[in-house]
Every structure is written in C-alpha cells, then in structure tokens.
Ligand binder design. Structure first.
Ligand code: ARG
Length: 588
C-alpha cells in the first residue's frame, strides 16, 4: 500500500502542476505545528525564486486547485508561503480500512529482498554474560526482526569469542588445580572423559581467578600463552578440554539468550574460521596487499580523503600469531562463500569503530567482498549506572545478566501484585514479560550510539516512556475487547467509521503512519524510531480512552467503529513491540 504521506504529496504535486508550477515543489511532510495542521508543504517558498512571484501567491494558487480534492480537506496558505494541510476524514477512514485488510497492514515488503547477516551478541565463552553484551543482543535482535518484517532474509550470527587467550588461561588454571586430569598427560592415548571436569559456576570462577593471576605473575601468563598456542596447534588434550569449556558455556549462554527472547540462526565462533586463515593470508601476500612491517604482516588501509590517521590493518603479529582482525577477515571470507550476503551488519560497542573501519577497508581492498557488498558498523554506547559510570553491581563487580534480569523481575512482581490481576504462576510469567519490556525498551528507546543510564525505577514504571507503560496500554485495549465480548459483542464484522472527536482523529492519523515509520526506522537502522512511534500511539490511545466511554456507548454504530479501531491499534502496537523484541501478556 502506498504510504499516506506519499499519497498526500502526490495530490499536492498535482495541484502544483495544474497551476503551472513544477510539481517537484509539492513535497509534503508531517506538520511541525500539530496545533495548526496535520501536514505541511513548504514548496511555494522555493518555487517563488523560479517563478519570480511572492510565495503566498503560489501557495494560494495551489490551494485553489485543492478545493475539489478527495484527499485534502483544508489547504491553508499562510504567510510567507506555507501551505497548512488537513486530510479528509473519509480518506483517512478508507486508508485504515484497507490497512486492516492487507497483509502486514499495508506495509510493502521490499521488492528486492536482501540477504543480510547480523553479527551481534558476541559473548566470550567462559566469561559470564554481562551487561556489556546486553546492548548488542537487544539492538541486534530488534534490527533482525525489523528486517524480517520488511521481507529481507536476515541471518543472525552470534560470533562467539571462543579462541583467545581466555582459553589458555582457563586451561592453565585447571592444570594448577587438577594436574592429575588426563588432559594434561602428554603420554595419554585413551579416550577423554565425557563429562566436563567443571560446572558453569566453577568455570565462571576459574576465568576471573586466572585472569587476576596472570596480571601479577609473568610466568603464569607465559604459561597461559603457551597453552593457548598449544590449543591452537591442535594439542589433543587441550582440544578435548576446550570442547568441554565450549559445551558448558554454550549451554549456559543458550539459557540466558532464551530468557532474553534473543535467537541466533548461527552459533559460529572465532574458532570456526581458523583453518582458513593460512590460505587467506597467503593470498593477501601473493596479491601484494600484505607486506612485512617491523616483523608484522600488515595491509595499508589509509585513503587520500582521510582526515584522521587510519593505521594499517595488522594481519599477523611478529611471532606469526593471528589476531582479532585476522579472524574477522576470515569470517567475512566464510560468510561470502557460504551465504553471499548483500550486507553484513555488525552491532558492536562503538569503541570498536576504528577497528571495524580498518577491517572493512582491508576486506574491500583484498577483495574478500564484492564491490557492492555493504559492510555496516552499528556502534552502541555504554549502559551506565546512576553514577554515570559503566553499570556495576552494588559491590562494584560486573553485573551478571541473569542477576540483572532476576532483580527486574522481582521489581515487576511487586508492582504487578498491587494491581491484583494475576496470581501465582501466571504472575511470575507476566513479571518476566513486563520485566523484559522494561529492560529492552529502556535500551532501545535511546539512540543506539548514545550512552544511557540504567534506572531501575524509571524503566519499570507504568508511567512515562517505558516498556511497562506500552504493555499496560496494550493490556488495557485487550481488556476492553474481552469485556465487549463478554457483553455479547463480536469482534469480527466491525468497520472503522469517521472519527467523532479530535482524540480519535489523532489516533487514526498515527495508525496510518505505520508503514512509513517502519520503513524509515529500518532504513536508518534505528529501533528508537519504532519506540517513539509506539509511545505516541499509546499516548494517543490513552487520551482517547480517557475521553470516551467506549463500552457504555449507546449508538451501536459508533461503538462498532471504536471496536474496529481498537483492534487495529492493538495489532499495530503488538506488531511494533514484537519488532523491538518483546511481547505483551493478556493481563497484568
Ligand atoms: N567478542 C567481542 C567482544 O567481546 C565482540 C565481537 C564482535 N563481533 C565481531 N565480529 N568482532 O568484544
């Protein structure tokens, strides 16, 4: 379905050309003075120069042509030459009716669907999932869902950090603690035990302990580096141990991401592409892209137009070891071979921006990607505590995601209990859903690149620009609808009719913007635009609700129209929050 704004623009463009002005001046935008009009066209000002006429004269000519319009109700020329516009209720109503009938509420799926890989999550194996990785998961999941809704083939890849020094550290620490394990016996030739020699809790204690030690003890650190090296060279015992670490850790990660309603299509990791590194590096050498510099192997990536210094991309260290870069490049190579995406999106902490700039340039220069393959970095800011510093536990440690979620749930339970609408098990489930909305909406409603403050009280509040407020609004609509049914009403067969109040009209105007908003939000990779839209719709509905006695309305026709409008509002809200990555309960 054509976007409402496009239909209005066309109408006004037509009027420009009928009054013998170039139609290019007829572009219409949403009004920035909603108190005066719904839409506006500022084209007469620009046209004035071309036609050497006063803008107001042009605006008046155009307004004249719009008198007979089926779409425009009022076109008001205002000094110095604005055209203030209102649409006809009949047009709006038929637009909404069509939205209700069409698939995806009239949103046109992309005619040329793209294949996009979303690289998000990026947790490091054996390190507890903490809030630092939370933003990537939340934002990435939302972008993926938005893309899917628009008809693209979206493939999420978690890109596990499963190959670095942290592995060597864990192996070294285990060796200190349990030297008798067969993994450390070089002469051992039998099968290794099936059960891992640690639990997830132990694993999560081992890593920080080892990391601490390595900072103080140079010898220990060297041992960990040696262990990493042996693992990467394929030492049998270490490989077996590494598999245990991966199994235990991935199981825990899966549980956590499930609770977050985050789902990855691919569980690939840094380790998956190590085999292809030697050949990739060789070809970079052979083609003259990579050269030795101070012992290391590098590819120059600076360009003439650079205003700041972009250092070369390092491919191998002087000891021949590969780096984070090398792995990312090999991953690009693999994705091109196996998936051949049109675009790869990286949802990563914005402090890695320069790093990705180097990687992207290097991938382009060395022809790992096609000329038209897009590589996009979506950098996000830090989630801070109320003190403005990166979010920590009360004790000052790294907050485990699980604990954060549990405390949000607890807070929600307290609040929901007061409403007395759900009990027992249902309440726990509801608190989880509402808690998730608090966490995700609190994050997504900010522009991704900005830092934000995690404020438990504000995020879990049922009032203001919060997830729980949005859910509360949806639940309110659902409850009206089910009361209507209890009173013998039927949800099918109702039709939206012309609005009987300003509030209702506003709501209708809001709903009609759905396709435009979603398209634009994905175009700009900006879930916060969906949040802003959802918030506006929720406010619109609540205003209407407070002004209107829906269920006790005597006029059947009016009531039926409102029910249809409520159904559409509920559906549009639910579709949007699903794209944000959470859903609404039936009651709360
Ligand atoms: N594991 C990395 C980290 O914790 C994030 C991975 C981001 N993705 C990537 N392709 N490099 O910083």
């Amino acid at each position: 379905m054509e976007k409402m704004l496009d239909l209005i623009s066309k109408e006004v463009q037509d009027a420009f050309s009928k009054s013998c002005y170039n139609e290019k001046y007829g572009k219409v935008t949403l009004s920035n003075r909603p108190d005066l009009c719904q839409f506006q066209c500022n084209g007469a000002m620009a046209a004035a120069k071309e036609y050497k006429k006063a803008p107001i004269v042009i605006a008046k000519d155009v307004a004249e042509q719009l008198l007979e319009s089926r779409i425009i109700k009022e076109a008001d020329p205002v000094a110095p030459g604005f055209l203030n516009l209102k649409v006809k209720e009949s047009f709006l109503v038929s637009y909404l009716r069509q939205m209700r009938e069409e698939e995806n509420f009239g949103l046109n799926r992309d005619k040329n669907p793209k294949t996009m890989v979303v690289d998000y999550g990026g947790p490091n194996v054996a390190k507890p999932l903490h809030v630092g990785h939370l933003r990537s998961a939340i934002i990435g999941e939302s972008l993926k869902r938005m893309g899917t809704y628009l008809g693209h083939r979206m493939i999420g890849d978690i890109h596990l950090g499963d190959w670095g020094l942290q592995m060597g550290l864990i192996i070294t620490e285990l060796k200190e603690r349990q030297p008798q394990l067969p993994y450390f016996d070089l002469s051992y030739e039998g099968d290794y035990p099936k059960t891992p020699p640690f639990t997830i809790e132990e694993l999560e204690e081992i890593y920080p302990a080892a990391s601490e030690k390595s900072k103080k003890d140079q010898f220990y650190k060297e041992e960990a580096m040696e262990a990493t090296f042996l693992l990467q060279k394929g030492n049998r015992g270490y490989r077996a141990l590494w598999n245990h670490i991966l199994d235990v850790s991935v199981k825990d990660l899966k549980k956590n991401y499930k609770a977050l309603h985050v789902e990855f299509e691919l569980w690939n990791g840094e380790s998956n592409v190590q085999d292809r590194i030697p050949a990739m590096v060789q070809s970079m050498r052979d083609n003259g892209y990579a050269y030795e510099s101070e012992g290391a192997l590098v590819v120059d990536v600076k360009e003439e137009r650079d205003t700041k210094e972009i250092p070369p991309c390092m491919i191998l260290k002087s000891d021949g070891a590969s780096l984070y870069n090398t792995t990312d490049l090999a991953t690009i190579e693999q994705r091109m071979e196996e998936i051949d995406p049109d675009e790869i999106l990286y949802v990563v902490d914005k402090r890695q921006e320069l790093y990705f700039e180097q990687v992207f340039r290097c991938a382009r220069k060395t022809k790992l990607v096609k000329d038209d393959t897009k590589l996009t970095f979506i950098g996000f800011g830090t989630m801070n505590g109320k003190d403005g510093k990166p979010f920590k536990t009360r004790e000052g440690g790294v907050m485990r995601l699980e604990h954060l979620m549990a405390s949000i749930q607890e807070e929600m339970e307290k609040k929901i209990e007061k409403n007395k609408n759900s009990v027992g098990e249902e309440m726990g489930e509801t608190a989880k859903l509402v808690g998730l909305s608090a966490l995700k909406y609190g994050d997504l409603s900010n522009q991704a690149s900005k830092d934000y403050i995690f404020d438990m009280d504000r995020f879990t509040s049922f009032e203001g620009n919060t997830g729980p407020y949005i859910l509360y609004t949806i639940v309110r609509i659902k409850s009206i609808l089910s009361k209507y049914e209890e009173m013998g009403g039927r949800l099918e067969g109702n039709e939206i009719k012309e609005p009987s109040s300003e509030g209702e009209l506003d709501m209708m105007l809001g709903l009609a913007q759905f396709n435009g908003v979603v398209e634009n939000a994905f175009e700009e990779k900006a879930p916060h635009k969906i949040c802003a839209y959802v918030y506006e719709l929720a406010n619109g509905f609540n205003r209407f609700y407070h002004e209107t006695k829906i269920l006790s309305e005597k006029e059947a026709e009016k009531k039926s129209s409102w029910i249809a409008l409520l159904l559409l509002t509920r559906d549009i809200l639910e579709t949007n929050i699903h794209m944000l990555g959470f859903d609404a309960p039936e009651r709360m």
